[in-house]
Design a protein around this ligand. Structure first.
Ligand SMILES: [Zn+2]
Length: 484
């Protein structure tokens, strides 16, 4: 059924088939090719749908390691592009063909015409159909190409064309202006200049920054609810990431919980979305627990999310995940004690007695726990999409530490040892940002800080402002009082 429909659709809409009659044999071969293509696509789609359903089923059973992060991953899908008219399938006629005498123009000049691109049209052919001479039409398009490629025009695309009598050829029409709204945000305008040439420019629709609110009650997943309620995917990803310091997305979210997000939306005067700005506020209601975050930009230009008390949602990672230890080797180039040559040391070594407990530097999920070559017994904790920490040469792991297990900051995960390539008992500690080791003492992010003084006072005013705007405002609405 699906295949038949697909084939039918193509037969109707394809300009290649619609325009001119095809020899029966060629046509049936073409239909067969479309059918095969349709079948392959259909089968692929079915496989995809089945695999998605299958994955979902797996999530509900187990797969503790991946779910929260898969959720994060999925939250980072790109925003769907604005609808663009489909390109006209017919190629532009060759200049030779265009040189043939154009049909006599029935247009009474001067004229202001509203045109629409039909299948097989090119801008060149449209202009010549209206009586514009080949050379002038060609010249006008050359100028237009500086700002817009007329081949991008799609069937149904509307335009305004102004024509007048040509000064030097009474048979021809002359372009005085051409305007094409190629998207709700962009108009291409071609105008005649005093020296009988043309100028072309791209006119952007004026954009206003507004504030929108979206959210709903979670029934399927947080991600799905967010998308269904109209939160833009890229912003939802940001919200999920910001909340990931406080929320265990696999365990904490239950049916009936709620999400509420306030964000900036750029739009034209016709209310067409032109893009999105920042998330200003997000709230997650988990049973009787409320997690609310507000965006704040510090005077030195760092932006981040804070709770209503002005505490950063980013929890600082412990810089020393062990008690009573001293640094024996810092991050950077060093002469390797065993290899005898200079080598990059991508972590910090803490000298400590064998058996000293090692703490998780932050809340997270055990990503790895097992022997790992020269690292010996190695543990890696993934804290969120961006940050992870790793602990090497451990003697043994704490009880219950396995991949997929959730740990809290300060929880004992392993004990100092000298396994792998090691000269004596020590902890080799790494902070990884997007999978790359960074110097913990040089990490640039502002984490775990609390606003104070004048900054806290101004933040509290921002919070009050948003809370006031949200009171009694319906869920899905424009918050005019927060707009600029
Ligand atoms: Zn080391």
């Amino acid at each position: 059924m699906m295949f038949l429909q697909r084939e039918k659709q193509i037969t109707v809409t394809s300009p290649a088939l619609a325009g001119r009659p095809l020899p029966t044999k060629k046509a049936s071969r073409l239909r067969f090719a479309w059918f095969v293509l349709g079948s392959v696509f259909g089968a692929g789609l079915t496989y995809y749908v089945v695999s998605v359903i299958h994955n979902d089923a797996e999530y509900s059973k187990d797969s503790r390691t991946t779910r929260a992060f898969a959720l994060l991953e999925s939250a980072f899908k790109p925003l769907p592009a604005l609808p663009v008219p489909t390109p006209a399938a017919e190629p532009a006629p060759a200049p030779v063909a265009a040189a043939e005498p154009a049909k006599p123009a029935k247009v009474v000049l001067p004229a202001k015409l509203s045109l629409s691109v039909k299948s097989g049209d090119t801008l060149m052919s449209m202009l010549m159909d209206k009586g514009v001479g080949h050379d002038e039409a060609y010249h006008a398009l050359e100028i237009m190409k500086k700002v817009y490629n007329p081949r991008k025009l799609g069937v149904g695309q509307a335009m305004e064309l102004n024509l007048d009598k040509s000064k030097d050829d009474s048979e021809k029409a002359s372009i005085t202006g051409l305007s094409i709204a190629v998207s709700p945000l962009k108009t291409i305008a071609l105008a005649r200049t005093a020296d009988d040439s043309f100028s072309a420019k791209e006119i952007k629709a004026p954009i206003t920054k507004g504030v929108s609110r979206a959210g709903g009650t979670i029934h399927s997943s947080l991600y799905q609810t967010g998308i269904d309620s109209g939160i833009p995917a890229q912003l939802l990803g940001e919200v999920i990431n910001a909340l990931s310091y406080d929320v265990d997305f696999q365990r904490d979210i239950k049916d009936g919980d709620e999400i509420d997000v306030v964000y900036e939306r750029m739009h034209t005067d016709k209310n067409v979305t032109a893009g999105y700005g920042n998330v200003l506020y997000a709230s997650l209601t988990l049973g009787d627990r409320d997690i609310t975050i507000f965006r704040h930009v510090s005077p030195d230009g760092f932006s981040g999310y804070y709770n209503a008390k002005g505490e950063s949602v980013k929890k600082a990672l412990l810089r020393t995940p062990i008690n009573g230890a001293h640094i024996t080797s810092s991050f950077g180039m060093r002469m390797h004690p065993l290899l005898g040559y200079s080598k990059m040391h991508k972590g910090i070594d803490f000298g400590a007695l064998a058996g000293t407990p090692i703490y998780a530097a932050g809340d997270g999920v055990i990503a790895e726990a097992g022997p790992k070559g020269t690292f010996g017994n190695y543990v890696k904790v993934q804290h969120n999409k961006t940050y992870a920490t790793a602990y090497a040469h451990t003697q043994r792991f704490a009880r219950g530490i396995h991949p997929g297990v959730h740990v809290k900051q300060g929880q004992v995960i392993a004990y100092v040892g000298s396994t792998g390539r090691s000269t004596g008992p020590h902890l080799h500690y790494e902070i990884l940002v997007n999978g790359n080791q960074v110097n913990p003492s040089g990490v640039k992010f502002r984490t775990g800080q609390t606003l104070s003084g004048r900054e806290l006072a101004s933040f509290k005013r921002e919070v009050k402002h948003i809370e006031t705007a949200l009171t009694d405002a319906p869920r899905k609405t424009e918050l005019a009082s927060l707009g600029n």
